[in-house]
Design a protein around this ligand. Structure first.
Ligand code: UTP
Length: 291
């Protein structure tokens, strides 16, 4: 087992985002704000906190605003400097130097598995973190959620997926995993089923928007045929990977906020706004007055 240090992260952000239409028609849903910062920026920061310094963002035609967000805004920075808005200027400059960020187009939107396969060349035989670009992970501990996966990879040298327990009514919306707990919160996976009916689900542990893969995932993806909805499903490729290599699950210490649905977007914004001392009182007062 050759274990390499985790340096690379991939963020799929090419999807249509039909559940966020009409908003997502002209603005990438990954740039939707969580209070005042785009979801994708939280995701990039999480990858960096986990140790990634090279990041590949998968985009599609029409989603070039994502590239703009991570470019230097010369005029804006000049204006902030002239008007003495130093804190904001520093924040903008920090954003330019978060990591070495590059972009690749997914030509046809053939599913998450297809999006991840666009990263084969970037990975170049190294392990990669995959972080879904529309989902924020709020860690309950000092280590970021992606960092928790890196810790499991460092112990096992194997692929690892984030797991979160979900209620019965959500089982059919996620990939559901089963396995043997080998250490506190770490499972060696034996089964993975994409969006099962509640009666067929092997448990309540859902795969939660973060993955760390060995290069074997790209071989598995190349052999994966279109599945559910005619898309190349990442879950199908993970099942293939499990036939050749051990795959682990990590029960995350933290909470997932999926901003790719209207309810998820609104609830995440309310929760995060209430945490901010500058917004807490105003928002709470207003919430109390609405029915
Ligand atoms: P979703 O499962 O939310 O799919 O993708 P979607 O197509 O974006 O949204 P809906 O279902 O139409 O509402 C999870 C993440 O994977 C990316 C998305 O951009 C999102 O960040 N993705 C999905 C791709 O990059 N390519 C794809 O073909 C599908």
């Amino acid at each position: 087992m050759i274990k390499k240090q985790l340096r690379k992260a991939v963020i799929p952000a090419a999807g249509f985002g039909t559940r966020m239409l009409p908003f997502a028609k002209s603005v990438p849903k990954e740039l939707i704000p969580l209070v005042d910062k785009p979801v994708l920026q939280y995701v990039v920061e999480e990858a960096v906190a986990a140790g990634a310094d090279e990041i590949l963002i998968i985009i599609s035609s029409g989603k070039e605003a994502i590239i703009r967000h991570f470019e230097t805004a010369v005029e804006l920075e000049k204006r902030l400097a002239e008007s003495g808005k130093t804190a904001l200027l520093e924040e903008m400059q920090k954003l330019n130097h978060l990591a070495d960020i590059s972009f690749v187009y997914q030509q046809e939107l053939k599913g998450l598995g297809d999006a991840v396969s666009m990263a084969k060349e970037f990975a170049g035989g190294d392990p990669v973190l995959i972080l879904l670009g529309d989902t924020v992970m709020d860690s309950a501990v000092s280590r970021s959620v992606a960092g928790q996966l890196v810790d499991v990879y460092e112990k096992t040298g194997s692929s690892v997926v984030a797991l979160e327990e979900v209620p019965d009514e959500k089982v059919s919306s996620y990939g559901i995993a089963d396995g043997r707990e080998i250490a506190d919160g770490i499972l060696k996976l034996s089964r993975l089923v994409e969006k099962p009916a509640l009666a067929d689900a092997p448990g309540r542990l859902a795969v939660a928007a973060r993955y760390l893969f060995t290069p074997g995932i790209f071989t598995a993806l190349a052999e994966t045929l279109p599945g559910l909805h005619g898309e190349i499903q990442l879950t199908d490729a993970i099942v293939k990977l499990m036939q050749n290599e051990s795959v682990y699950g990590c029960r995350i210490r933290g909470k997932r906020y999926d901003l790719g649905t209207p309810a998820g977007f609104v609830m995440a914004n309310v929760e995060f706004a209430l945490r901010r001392s500058d917004l807490h009182d105003t928002i709470l007062e207003r919430l109390k007055s609405v029915q």
